[in-house]
Write a protein that binds this ligand. Structure first.
Ligand code: GFB
Length: 311
């Protein structure tokens, strides 16, 4: 990747996309075009994607756009998550084939594509090896199809498409909507509110499921590394390698925010997958310097950046 190369970031306004842009800029890249919902091109429309790629012909494209959300958004809008995520990646692949075959594409899957149950940590070989978690079936099928799409467009048309499997993320520019967002974003808001009001926050489920939590900039750095250095069809996990239970995250956040009151649990809400810790040995074998930050550090960073509060 040369500094002058043209780089498109589909989904450039989202949490991950904006982080990719930030980290690319930090490395000196200047020729970056961000595409987000409602501007430049509509990823749900093939003609629109064709027009865009025909005129831009980027050297590199990060496909991190998608309809995303936490467990409740996924669970209640399964058809939308299936349709939109499937169509977006298929349009990008088909359009690259039609008009920009030299573009290198990096597509992000997700660790929730792996089967509901796995030996821990989850190795890349688990892809398509079992039944999916019901709460995010639509999203997982669409993202899994995107991965197969990358492999097949490479095989048939020689498109250099690679696919990474990021774990759960949080960080600057997260979705802080308590209904549609992910757990860590909700944890930050609920804890800051509890500290301010003294009212007991309510979390979802039993608190027993285990999750990784990756600071988004750590993921973006790994994605940029892979864009520069990885050219294979095999998927590659990007995680932290360590996880905590939801209850443990709540305890850590209580300590960092300085709230020591009661916590309530709404067990009518789903738990989702029990655990999904990633095996990151493949990534580490290529990028030994990869060192995701601790959750404690990341939580302090995001509260500081997004809420201007020093904790
Ligand atoms: O992050 P999250 O929404 O998604 O939920 P998933 C993680 C866990 O946190 C679940 C619990 O066990 C929730 O029940 N939880 C506790 C809460 N309190 C809350 C809360 O206030 N808000 C939320 N959101 N969760 C997603 C998939 O699954 O993982 C997506 O649905 C995506 O497809 C993403 O792939 C990475 O980790 O369960």
């Amino acid at each position: 990747m040369e500094i002058k190369d043209k780089i498109v970031v589909f989904g450039g306004n989202g949490m991950l996309g904006s982080s990719v842009v930030r980290r690319l800029q930090k490395q000196g890249f200047k020729n970056i075009i961000t595409v987000s919902k409602g501007d430049k091109c509509n990823l749900l429309n093939l003609e629109s994607v064709n027009d865009f790629l025909k005129s831009e012909k980027p050297d590199y494209a990060f496909m991190v756009a998608g309809l995303v959300g936490g467990i409740q958004a996924n669970n209640t809008r399964q058809a939308d998550f299936l349709y939109q995520n499937a169509v977006m990646i298929l349009n990008v692949l088909e359009s690259l084939k039609n008009y920009s075959q030299k573009t290198k594409l990096l597509f992000t899957g997700s660790t929730c594509i792996y089967p509901k149950e796995n030996p821990q940590p989850i190795n890349e070989s688990r892809f398509m090896m079992g039944p999916l978690e019901e709460t995010n079936k639509g999203y997982a099928v669409a993202k899994g199809m995107g991965i197969i799409g990358c492999q097949l467009y490479r095989q048939q048309y020689g498109i250099n498409a690679i696919a990474a499997m990021p774990t759960n993320m949080y960080g600057p520019n997260d979705n802080y909507n308590l209904e549609t967002g992910h757990f860590i974003g909700a944890l930050v808001i609920k804890m800051l509110n509890a500290k301010k009001s003294g009212v007991a926050p309510t979390f979802w489920g039993t608190g027993k499921p285990r999750r990784e939590a990756m600071y988004v900039d750590d993921c973006a750095d790994a994605l940029i590394f892979l864009m520069k250095n990885y050219d294979k069809p095999e998927i590659i996990n990007i995680g932290t390698g360590f996880d905590y239970s939801i209850k443990e995250y709540v305890e850590i956040a209580k300590g960092i925010v300085g709230f020591d009151g009661e916590i309530k649990w709404d067990t009518t809400k789903p738990d989702g997958m029990f655990e999904k810790r990633t095996d990151i040995s493949y990534l580490l074998s290529l990028m030994p310097e990869y060192k995701p930050r601790t959750f404690e550090q990341g939580l302090k960073d995001v509260i500081n950046i997004d809420f201007k509060i020093k904790v």
